[in-house]
Design a protein around this ligand. Structure first.
Ligand SMILES: N[C@@H](CCC(=O)N[C@@H](CS)C(=O)NCC(=O)O)C(=O)O
Length: 283
């Protein structure tokens, strides 16, 4: 049998199995992926979901490989400038976890996060959602802690409970005390002209607390000289601060740590400008 015919047969066989495999893994079947979403296979450039399920005989070998990997590869539902999805992207990059990127446009069509299909995975209608190890995970901090427990290198939380609680205090100040107040769903409750000042005030107030905390704990990074979940929260929040024109000169420790973190490869890879759904004018 010619080689391409062999690969094609294997591909057809695997394609027919794929819904079953995904189901066994507890992931949604392809038909339940939000329709028409772009699937950016990290490192392979963007491609259409529907196109991903087709193959021509000449490229069967590549497709067999991609389909096989897709069945086991984690899938991240993300939006390029979502600070919460960005935290998870940094964790995935630091831990060297390869994944498929599925953009969920938070604004287009009234917000794709509100589609019923998507809400079966994430009932809060938010990003991120991570499909991994047969689980459908939501809530960025819970996801990061799961990744840290199942893939401990490099650790993102210190082992000593007295250090760990301090790191969580910083992370929670951002994840629970700042970001939810300036989240899209909250901003949409305000008249459009009031939104910039509101976002600015929420972040400014929260950053006063974070600055006070970091002035006690930061060395190279937010907590000493090791990367922690606090750093994963800090960098995306500074991006939001800049969007809302917060005067960052008031926060020298945050700014110094941010600039240090921004030099790291994993943080660069996770940056909004590097995501497949980033508009060209923001790259
Ligand atoms: N606590 C959640 C918050 C997630 C969240 O607020 N995501 C934002 C983007 S950063 C979102 O999806 N917003 C959509 C909306 O407000 O409609 C987490 O950490 O994952």
């Amino acid at each position: 049998m010619p080689l391409f015919l062999f690969f094609h047969s294997v591909h057809v066989f695997l394609s027919s199995l794929r819904p079953l495999e995904l189901n066994i893994l507890g992931n949604p079947r392809p038909s339940r992926l939000p329709h028409g979403h772009e699937v950016g296979v990290v490192g392979h450039g963007p491609m259409k979901t529907s196109r991903a399920l087709r193959a021509d005989t000449l490229t069967s070998a590549v497709h067999v490989w991609k389909f096989t990997m897709a069945a086991v590869k984690p899938v991240l539902y993300s939006y390029y400038r979502s600070s919460c999805a960005w935290r998870v992207r940094i964790a995935l990059a630091l831990k060297g976890i390869d994944y498929e990127y599925v953009p969920v446009h938070l604004v287009k069509d009234g917000g794709q996060q509100h589609k019923e299909d998507y809400k079966t995975m994430n009932p809060m209608a938010q990003v991120p959602t991570l499909l991994i190890d047969g689980l459908t995970l939501t809530q960025s901090i819970a996801i990061i802690e799961y990744l840290d427990e199942t893939r401990p290198s490099p650790p993102l939380l210190p082992s000593d409970p007295k250090d760990k609680v301090k790191v969580r205090m910083i992370a929670e100040t951002i994840a629970s005390g700042i970001q939810p107040l300036q989240n899209l769903a909250v901003l949409l409750q305000l008249d459009e002209d009031k939104r910039p000042a509101w976002g600015n005030r929420c972040i400014d107030t929260g950053f006063q607390a974070v600055e006070a905390m970091l002035s006690q704990t930061a060395e190279k990074y937010s907590y000493g000289n090791s990367l922690t979940v606090a750093d994963l929260c800090l960098v995306p929040q500074v991006y939001n601060a800049n969007r809302f024109k917060v005067d960052m000169s008031k926060f020298p420790t945050i700014s110094r740590v941010h600039d240090e973190l921004a030099k790291l490869e994993a943080f660069k890879k996770a940056h909004p400008s590097q995501q497949p759904d980033c508009p060209d004018d923001q790259k």
